[in-house]
Design a protein around this ligand. Structure first.
Ligand code: GCO
Ligand code: MG
Length: 402
């Protein structure tokens, strides 16, 4: 089953997405997501200038061999650009394999290990009252798990606050917007926000919160301890996780579960956190951590240590990524939860999906392959629109983690 074409489509239906399309001599087409927020064209060039030409003539059935060929064959290993490119190829090849077999990808991964995939939605607000209204709206939609973020009083912009009528989108402008941050204001506010939600909605819903890499280990320990009475499902990305032994300090101060991994791109980034049991959920995504092949390897390692999956699923991961994640989630033994943020329109005009949401659970559907049809003609109507993630500065002007 020779690959006859591999091309990259950069489009912006609601936001920028980089989509890889692979075709085989038997007329099968597979799609992969190669979107890396704010660095889209770097992955597009990595693919179209270097990897796509090498794909022509390769056997589309040899997924593992192709993964190893591009990972080991580059000599230069890992990194978000290379791993996102390899992920897109890997996912497109799984899509083709499913279509060739006439089966949804999850069947090829061992079949369904559960009936549905519990997802968490995002509730946010620029006041606690607005947060409550959004939280209630998510409960009304059937969500069993909800992430909560609210604007921190005294700071003009806070991560994670969506406009009332649309999905959160942090990338904006052709130079990065600058936000202001003050840790002490946040540390006072976050426990009060969680208390507010538990007082109003009780303990019958899973409550999540994203710290977005902003604390030092000891600050994170303090926050985790302060959140314990509100029993969060997890505290996400409490500190910048390139410093992994720092999690030992955080762990010694709190039993609040910890989730990390959306910026990781290989099993090597996860190894210490998993094997030392420093986290409870590993949040690597299919598109940024080497595709279905590599993500399953990460989750298998995690399973040995009682760590569950909790894949990143923000709107900057395209519907192709979400579908691929759902196939993995449905089939692995140690699934934890899946992020589901949805996609800004007109994404559904370009990506026609067969996944479903009902009562807090998603299912990838039973179409052969991933179950996503990518409409290249429709995509052409939405040209690339350069946008960047914000930069964070402390009140004294110094750059902080965003
Ligand atoms: C999340 C993430 C995102 C990221 C975004 C960056 O938990 O969903 O933190 O909101 O900020 O994916 O591109
Ligand atoms: Mg996050």
């Amino acid at each position: 089953m020779k690959i006859t074409d591999a091309r990259v489509v950069v489009s912006s239906p609601g936001r920028n997405y980089v989509t890889l399309v692979i075709e085989t001599e038997d007329g099968l087409t597979g799609v992969g997501d190669a979107t890396l927020n704010g660095r889209e064209l770097a992955v597009a060039a990595y693919l179209s200038e270097h990897l796509c030409p090498m794909l022509i003539g390769r056997d589309a059935r040899r997924i593992e061999d192709t993964w190893q060929y591009f990972y080991k064959g580059a000599y230069w290993r890992r990194g978000p650009v290379a791993m996102t490119a390899i992920a897109a190829i890997d996912v497109a090849l799984w899509d083709i394999k499913g279509k060739a077999a006439g089966m949804p990808v999850y069947e090829l991964l061992g079949g369904a290990a559960r009936d549905g995939v519990m997802v968490y939605g995002h509730a946010s607000g620029s006041t606690l009252e607005a947060l409550s209204a959004d939280f209630q709206a998510h409960l009304d939609l059937g969500y069993k798990a909800i992430r909560a973020q609210a604007a921190v009083p005294g700071l003009d912009k806070t991560y994670g606050i969506a406009p009332a009528d649309n999905i959160y989108e942090p990338a904006s402008g052709n130079v990065p917007q600058e936000d202001r941050w003050e840790t002490s204001a946040y540390l006072d506010f976050a426990p009060a926000m969680m208390r507010h939600l538990r007082d109003e909605f009780g303990y019958g819903v899973h409550l999540l919160h994203d710290v977005h890499h902003r604390l030092t280990p000891i600050e994170a320990g303090r926050l985790g301890a302060a959140l314990e009475p509100y029993r969060p499902f997890w505290m996400e990305d409490p500190t910048p996780a390139e410093d992994q032994s720092a999690f030992r300090l955080l762990r010694s101060h709190t039993t609040t579960p910890v989730a990390v991994g959306e910026v990781f791109n290989s099993i090597w980034d996860c190894q210490q956190l998993i094997t030392e049991r420093l986290i409870d959920y590993i949040r690597t995504s299919v598109s940024h951590a080497g595709g279905i092949t590599h993500l399953r390897r990460i989750f298998s390692l995690a399973d040995l240590y009682g760590v569950r999956s909790g894949s990143h699923g923000a709107g900057d991961l395209s519907p192709v990524s979400l579908a691929a994640a759902l196939h993995v989630d449905l089939s692995i033994p140690n699934f934890g939860i899946q992020e589901y943020m949805g996609h800004r329109e007109p994404a559904s005009k370009v990506f026609r999906t067969s996944y479903t949401f009902a009562d807090g659970y998603m299912h990838p559907g039973d179409a052969p392959g991933l179950g996503v049809e990518f409409d290249e003609e429709a995509a052409a109507a939405y040209p690339f629109d350069p946008k960047y993630l914000p930069i964070n500065r402390r009140l004294d002007g110094s750059v902080h983690d965003w």
